[in-house]
Design a protein around this ligand. Sequence first.
Ligand code: SF4
Length: 299
Amino acid sequence: MFPHQPIWSNTRINLLQRCPRAFVLRYGLAQLSKHHAQGKLLTLAFQIQTPWVLMHQTIRQVVLDFVEDYVNGTIWTKGLLYSRFKSDYGEAIKKRNHLVRRLQSYDVPTTFLSAEPEHHLIDMGVEACWNLIERPDFIQLLKTGSIERIEPTKSILYGNIRMYCTPDFIHYGSSRTSLIKLNLYGRPSKIEQERQASLLTIHESHESSVIQFSLKQRRWTVKITTPVKSQRTQAMMLMKQDVEQMDSMYSQVGTNNDLSLVPLADSYRSCMNCNVRFLCPTRYGYENAKVEQRALMCL
Ligand code: SF4
């Protein structure tokens, strides 16, 4: 049913692990039927982010704008940072509300509501940006050498797999190149950080260092790694296994796009913030939907 298109990204594998059904809807069905009403509806629903996620996306955006301005000689005050953040976050919320209105026009029973930019989220976002750009190790990076900002949509072909795993920016110093990554949704475990670092070095020379700044409970931590060959090989192997897992999940989709054999989430918690719950059998009760699916799988 689905064209063979091996694509790997953190977002994809995280969604697959959280819920195979949501994964297939987002990256299979929505893509396949993007010119039909159902596909458009799915794409739209998955584009809507919570104000919390938008706040974190704005942190990335504002920090990267700051970095570009800093190396070009413009130093921001905290007041400027605040107004930039407020304006970018306000825009993000406006775009979200527009998507919500478009979705509502489909006349489907979604629970999405319009939102307002909340002051406490703006304050939280500004603090997170300020705490990073005030760090001596962060500023030190910007004082010498040059930087290149990398768009998250940039991909790289590894064998036949298209990989989306980019640093946020690259720092070219006199003696070494560093790939800088901002992890905004908590500090990844040691193994996850090593794996991320190994995948990032595919983009540049293998000798590059990877500097990961991670935000957890409003505090930034930093980890500097230079992955060795065995770590890179291991990360690539795991990535291939992820892609096989994705392919095998697509193959569960039956004729006429029948999704009944594509597993639902293992935990009700995954459904609580799911963008497509209004299309999922769990909307009538998680436990019943799981029992029905188990019975179907036993047939
Ligand atoms: S509502 Fe739950 S089971 Fe259904 S797609 Fe979303 S996360 Fe998966």
